[in-house]
Design a protein around this ligand. Structure first.
Ligand code: 3NM
Length: 219
């Protein structure tokens, strides 16, 4: 069944993105800890020089999916549509350089489709192509992704909301418990983070603080 817009908004509140390359500890333990801290959505993003490939990538994806299923946290796959279909993930997230979104939507049916967009034109195209949510950033400077667009702060989201664009939106890039509230105040439905949780001494505590920061604005 297709996720409703309101359910999507609530899933985006504390969206944890991770691959093995982002972790110093066992990714399974990092994920479990983050779930115990209250993350609302998870994205498997196995990408970059240190990333697993082939059977190893599939094995880790399946293990992380099982953990998410156990705790009823939806599991999104970054870019790899075939993997998402193979393991029956809850959705996929694609960027502007990936397979065309209409084609992806046809392949995944009612699963969640997230699209990265960095300006109003890309956001409108993503909506027309059937996105369930938009990811936009980098909101703040980040070391995690090297080929990002310019840092945008919360300006784009503010502008989109002013124009009545109501699609669920999550901010990404350099977000921490300290600055998360400002992202939501700017009009985003939630925050997505990699290192704030994946490299934290206590992923559970960081997830809890992020969620509390987002909830403090929503109340
Ligand atoms: N996409 P961190 S920034 C995966 O701007 C990704 O589209 C971005 O990692 C974008 O939370 C980014 O560690 C990295 O800053 C986010």
């Amino acid at each position: 069944m297709k996720v409703s817009t309101e359910e999507m908004r609530s899933l985006l509140k504390t969206y944890f993105i991770m691959g093995s390359q982002n972790c110093d500890e066992d990714p399974r333990e990092v994920l479990k800890d983050a779930i115990h801290g209250g993350i609302t959505l998870f994205q498997f993003r196995e990408k970059g020089d240190q990333a697993l490939v082939g059977e190893e990538k599939i094995r880790l994806a399946k293990e992380l999916l099982e953990i998410c299923k156990h705790y009823q946290v939806p599991f999104i796959v970054n870019d790899d549509i075939d993997l998402a279909l193979k393991i029956n993930a809850d959705g996929v997230h694609i960027g502007q350089d990936d397979e065309p979104a209409e084609q992806v939507r046809k392949k995944i049916g009612d699963k969640i489709l997230g699209i990265s967009a960095h300006n109003q034109e890309e956001v409108e195209a993503a909506i027309n192509q059937g996105a369930d949510y938009i990811g936009t950033g980098p909101v703040f400077p980040t070391e995690t992704k090297k080929d990002t667009e310019a840092v945008q702060g919360t300006i784009l989201v503010q502008e989109l909301r002013k124009q009545g664009i109501s699609i669920p939106i999550v901010g990404i890039g350099g977000i921490t418990p300290e600055n998360a509230a400002s992202v939501v105040k700017g009009g985003a439905d939630g925050v997505s983070v990699i290192t704030a949780i994946s490299k934290a001494k206590s992923p559970k505590e960081q997830a809890r603080l992020l969620k509390a920061a987002v909830d403090s604005v929503m109340q």
